[in-house]
Design a protein around this ligand. Structure first.
Ligand code: FES
Length: 331
C-alpha cells in the first residue's frame, strides 16, 4: 500500500498518510491534532494552506471552501487525500479539545428496528466504550468510500450506539444504512461536532426536524438525567411530515415528565383527522411559545439543512447571540 509524508511547515511535525486516508484521520491516529470540528467539510475549522504537493478533495463542493480559498491554495484536511508527499501550513493543537478526542472504532450491528416504513432505529455494538457528549455525532464508513454522519440518540458510557435513520430515495448513505442487518461489521469515527447540550442555568429550546430527533433525543435524555438540578425552562419542538413520522413519542413524553419545567410541542406538516396539535413548518411555531426575551435562551437545533438555516436566520433576526445557538450542518 502506498503512503505519503505530510510535513507541517515551521514545525518539526511530519506524519504518514496511507493511500485513501484523509490527512485529518492520519494525523489524529498519530497523535497530531490539527484544529477541526465537523470532520465533514462544513465548518472550515481544519483549513490549511497547501504549500507543496498534490491532494485530492473528496468533497469538491464542500460548504467550507470558497473561491478565495482555492485561489489561496487552501484545503480542508478532513476531506483531503494526498496524491504525493505534501507540505502544509496548518494550525496544530498540543492536545485535542476535550469534546473532540476523536478515535476510530470497530462496530457490529446488533439490532435494526423499523419505527415506520422509512425510519429505523439502528444499534451498533462497539469494541470499547466511546466517550462523547449528548448531541454529538459519528462518521460511519459504509463501504466503497461511502462515509456518512449520524448523531447518537443514546447516552454515552456503554458499548452501544443508537441512531435514528430515515431512508431517502436518492440517499446512498441512508439506503445503505437501511440494508444493515445484525452481525454486519463496520468502522466509525467519533465524536464530532460542537452542538452538545451544556449544563448551564439558561432556559433551553430544542428544535428537532425529522431524524434530527436522534441528536435532540440524546440531549433530552441528558436533561432528564440531570433532573431537578436543571430548574430552568426546557421546551422541545419536534417537527415531522406526518403524525406517524413523530417517532418514539411515548418515551419522549415520559422523559419530559422528569424534566421540571419541560414541555414538548410536536408539529406536523400534514395533519390527519385525529391530529389536534400544531401544523406547519416547525420554525414558524417556535415564536408562539416563547415567553421571555429570546436572548435569554440557549437554542439547540438538529434537522435538515433547510430547517437549520431557517432557524438560524430567525434567531439572527431576533438578535440571539451566536454563542447560544448550537447546531451541526451535515445533511
Ligand atoms: S473539520 Fe474540516 S471542514 Fe469542519
Amino acid at each position: 500500500m502506498r503512503e505519503y509524508v505530510v510535513t507541517v511547515q515551521n514545525t518539526d511535525v511530519s506524519f504518514e498518510v496511507q493511500d485513501g486516508e484523509t490527512i485529518l484521520t492520519a494525523a489524529r491516529k498519530q497523535g497530531v491534532w490539527p484544529q477541526f470540528e465537523c470532520g465533514w467539510g462544513s465548518c472550515g475549522t481544519c483549513k490549511a494552506t497547501l504549500v507543496d504537493g498534490q491532494v485530492k478533495n473528496l468533497l469538491p463542493d464542500a460548504p467550507a471552501l470558497t473561491k478565495r480559498d482555492s485561489r489561496k491554495n487552501r484545503i480542508i484536511l478532513c476531506q483531503s487525500i494526498p496524491e504525493s508527499d505534501v507540505t502544509l501550513k496548518a494550525r496544530l493543537l498540543e492536545e485535542p479539545e476535550e469534546h473532540l478526542t476523536t478515535a476510530d472504532y470497530n462496530a457490529v450491528v446488533t439490532d435494526v428496528k423499523l419505527l415506520t416504513d422509512e425510519i429505523a432505529l439502528i444499534r451498533l455494538g462497539l469494541n470499547r466504550p466511546a466517550p462523547y457528549q449528548p448531541g454529538q455525532y459519528a462518521i460511519l464508513n459504509l463501504g466503497g468510500g461511502l462515509r456518512r454522519c449520524y448523531s447518537m440518540s443514546n447516552l454515552p458510557g456503554g458499548h452501544e450506539l443508537e441512531f435514528i435513520v430515515r431512508r431517502y430515495p436518492n440517499g446512498p448513505g441512508s439506503q445503505t444504512m437501511h440494508t444493515l442487518t445484525p452481525g454486519m461489521e463496520l468502522t466509525l469515527e467519533l465524536p464530532y461536532g460542537a452542538a452538545f447540550v451544556r449544563e448551564t442555568k439558561r432556559p433551553k429550546i430544542f428544535v428537532a426536524g425529522g431524524t434530527g430527533i436522534s441528536a435532540i433525543l440524546c440531549m433530552v435524555r441528558q436533561m432528564s438525567l440531570w433532573g431537578d438540578s436543571m430548574e430552568q425552562e426546557c421546551m422541545m419542538f419536534y417537527g415531522a411530515r406526518t403524525p406517524n413520522d413523530l417517532v418514539l413519542m411515548d418515551e419522549i413524553n415520559e422523559l419530559f415528565e422528569s424534566i421540571k419545567d419541560g414541555s414538548i410541542i410536536p408539529v406536523v406538516d400534514k395533519a390527519d383527522e385525529d391530529w389536534d396539535g400544531e401544523v406547519g413548518f416547525v420554525n414558524n411555531v417556535v415564536g408562539d411559545y416563547i415567553n421571555k426575551p429570546w436572548d435569554q435562551y440557549e437554542f439547540y437545533i438538529a434537522g435538515p439543512p433547510v430547517m437549520v438555516q431557517a432557524m438560524r436566520k430567525l434567531l439572527g433576526e431576533r438578535e440571539v447571540d451566536v454563542t447560544r445557538v448550537h447546531y451541526d450542518s451535515f445533511g
